[in-house]
Ligand binder design. Structure first.
Ligand code: R5P
Length: 292
């Protein structure tokens, strides 16, 4: 696109470059300097073209810092163009979409209000955690799914006798979509999370279907790894064959990757919404399609 400029935030430089290439847009890098007190100072390298600007910045940890940086980039972009799209490959805070316990703040609603106040024309997100959160934005939001790309990658592993598993009931639709594209069946576990401690328990009873099967655990995100670890331990007890994990956003906090492998997972596959060891699936193509 001749009149498009993509600005890459520090959290999504590589992905932003790929998107710019796909849509044939000018690419502008941004430089980030973090002061000793933690404040960040951003400089956009060069001038955007006259026309639409796309700001690409994920909000993985440090979540609040990367979020503020997204606001700052968008605000600067608005000085150059009235048409600014914010691409937020991984949007944090989407789990805080309702008041689960009295007094809790629906933080995603606050974030939505800020983007609106900044004058963003459109937001593009990859696999937002909650569809409820989507409805809290008072501006056009497009949520794109990385599931087809994840399936494409997992298919290349040429696994046989595969069953797709959702670690919880909330992920059933995702597992169903994954299984349909993969050409196999799916089951779902019953997970219970203590809202105060965050601890996870699998409440399913025996699942004979998984015996001897290669399993693909499908989730939107892995944070501490608690959900995947508990699910894997349960599935191994049911005498499954190998366990693979496909997720969009691999946050993998506090040694999660090591712990997940220790629990018996053979491979973790994730998208480049969050850069890292496991981010082997590129989502630039689906984002590019949502932009044009
Ligand atoms: C929960 O509903 C999500 O889909 C993930 O399963 C969850 O957020 C993962 O978190 P953790 O890795 O800390 O269990």
């Amino acid at each position: 696109m001749k009149n498009f400029t993509v600005i890459g935030g520090s959290a999504s430089e590589d992905l932003a470059k790929k998107i710019a290439k796909k849509i044939n847009a000018k690419y502008l890098k941004s430089d980030l300097r973090v002061f000793p007190d933690g404040e960040g100072k951003i400089t956009i390298n060069g001038k955007p073209k006259k026309g639409k600007i796309i700001v690409v910045q994920s909000t993985y940890p440090p979540v609040d810092s990367n979020l503020i940086r997204s606001f700052a980039l968008v605000s600067k972009a608005k000085q150059y163009s009235s048409n600014v799209t914010a691409v937020i490959p991984y949007l944090g805070y989407a789990r805080q979409d309702r008041e689960f316990l009295a007094g809790e703040i629906i933080s995603i609603k606050v974030i939505a209000k800020i983007f609106k106040a900044l004058g963003v024309s459109k937001i593009i997100i990859v696999d937002i955690h909650s569809k409820i959160a989507l409805n809290l934005f008072n501006l056009p939001v497009k949520n794109v799914s990385a599931v087809p790309q994840l399936v494409r990658y997992l298919k290349k592993l040429k696994l046989n006798n595969v069953l797709v598993v959702s670690p919880d009931q909330g992920g059933i639709q995702r597992a169903k979509e994954f299984a349909k594209l993969f050409g196999t069946n799916y089951v779902s576990l019953k997970k219970q999370r203590n809202r105060k401690t965050g601890k996870v328990q699998i409440k399913s009873s025996n699942l004979h279907q998984v015996k001897g099967k290669n399993l693909i655990l499908v989730d939107d995100m892995i944070s501490t790894g608690g959900s995947i670890i508990k699910a894997t331990e349960f599935l191994k007890k049911q005498k499954c064959k190998k366990v693979f994990v496909a997720c969009t956003h691999a946050l993998l906090r506090t040694d999660a990757e090591k712990k997940i492998r220790k629990a018996g997972v053979s491979k973790i596959v994730s998208a480049n919404t969050i850069p890292g060891n496991t981010a082997v699936v590129d989502v630039s193509e689906i984002i590019a399609k949502a932009i044009v």
